[in-house]
Design a protein around this ligand. Sequence first.
Ligand code: ATP
Ligand code: MG
Length: 559
Amino acid sequence: MNENRKNNFVREAIDKDLELNKNDGRVHTRFPPEPNGYLHIGHAKAILLNYGIARDYNGKFNLRFDDTNPCKEEQKYVDAIIKDVKWLGADWEDRLFYASDYFEKMYECAENLIKKGKAYVCDLSLEEVRQYRGSISEPGKESPSRGRDASENLELFRKMRAGDFTDGEKTLRARIDMRHPNLLMRDPIMYRIMHAEHHRTGRDWCIYPMYDWAHGLEDSFEGITHSICSLEFETHRELYDWFLEELGVFHPRQIEFARLNLSHTVLSKRKLLELVEKGLVEGWDDPRMPTLSGLRRRGYTPRSISKFCDSIGVAKMNSIIEINVLENSIREELNVAADRVMAVLDPVKVVITNYPEGESENIRAVNNPEDDSRGYRDIPFSRELYIERADFMEDPPRKFFRLSPGKEVRLRYAYFIKCEKAVKDETTGQIKEIHCVYDPETRGGDSPDGRKVKGTIHWVDAKTCVENEVRIYGNLFTERDPQDLEEGEDFTKHLSPDSVRVIERCKMEPCLRQALPGYRYQFERTGYFFVDPEKSRHDAPVFNRIVPLRDTWGKIKGR
Ligand code: ATP
Ligand code: MG
């Protein structure tokens, strides 16, 4: 087994089954998405858990579309899900399945249950079925159809399939126990009538299986040994087991784990769909979305997501993981992998008054201090530069170590400069230019006389810099748990009004003129950025900030 992997209770359960030589020592898992939306990071947890187990136990992993509800499912979601699972690196080899391919087999199983007297066609409407179910404190009431004999049920069920009834006119129900303490066991519906077009089977069917009936069968047909699902299915397990037991077919073991919840976002396809449909985000792959397509466009790597999922582990209790745990996973990776460059998001001009006009020079800069093999690059330097507006204060507090009148700082890789004065716009009072002098003896960022400066700031050369669009993202929601709502409240009210800030003309080193889509950089002191493959055009890269640095205005080590 991969020793980097933490053990968890799911793996412990599998170890026990293997000790008992259950399933002849086979391990076979699956990921069973319903193609009714794009996958989110919660699904990544489920995918990587299932796939990781199959891989580590020399088992198998299936990708299976649980496409049993034609009203909400679409081919475009199937395509997007396949792309995302591949991107994460989970390999189903040649085992891509569709529940809809089993409709005929499921139908046969249903007839078997009818013949055994374990299922009946019910005339109650869906609303009546609900009313008859009772509650936790009250037993349910039996349907008047419950006493039908098997042959009549069989005939009616065949008519249901043949299209003789309208939507909702009849259902097929399991005959279990209307007084069962588990409400799901009170004669649950197995089939409902829906005259709807299915994205794969077209009009072949007008009866569709319900989740609880279909899911166990899908697992059983595929020889799944461990059906790993999220905690909300715990109460469904009894029914899962009942169906398989009554049919006497191969019986996988269902194991539940806590779903992933992330702070400041929502992990529910229904809610994410609402954001997309109402136009509150740009689409499923908006870089603010917790979808895998959104995270991919933001700049996350499959590896960082997999690291994240490993680090949070697998539990039996629901909790909310802070979003910065996810952010740290990509920081760690890019700290080593991303080349450093300089870009100024909110520029103010610096004029070095003692630097000769019309001259310029190249400054050598390290591409990646964590990786010598990345080498060096030359950055132009001349009399006029840009620095961040926030790196200058006219009247600074005591602990401000950046630029202010009379103070000296280091320009990253270049020289010490000392501020002489700030020139303001007469009407607005805004600072237009900062006048400084440089010390030619400090080239490379060190003073031969041993003089120290406390601050190092980044810069770009005014004449040669390029201007590109940058997008700075914040949390999509202002609340830690946007789903914690009063009755009748709408979760979209917690959407953050400034979750994206577009900087159209961010000033950057000339080497970023042709930054290629899909590349990642660290902009010194401001964060990790990704060249957006969707938004970028030739010679006009658009940079998404993936995450800020851990400490945005953190001090730079070295020169
Ligand atoms: P959503 O609530 O987002 O619509 P879902 O459970 O309806 O998700 P499915 O397509 O049915 O979506 O999910 C496929 C698998 O992914 C299921 O086994 C489900 O348990 C798992 N899953 C869904 N959301 C999460 C989550 N947040 N964390 C872990 N696993 C999840
Ligand atoms: Mg579901």
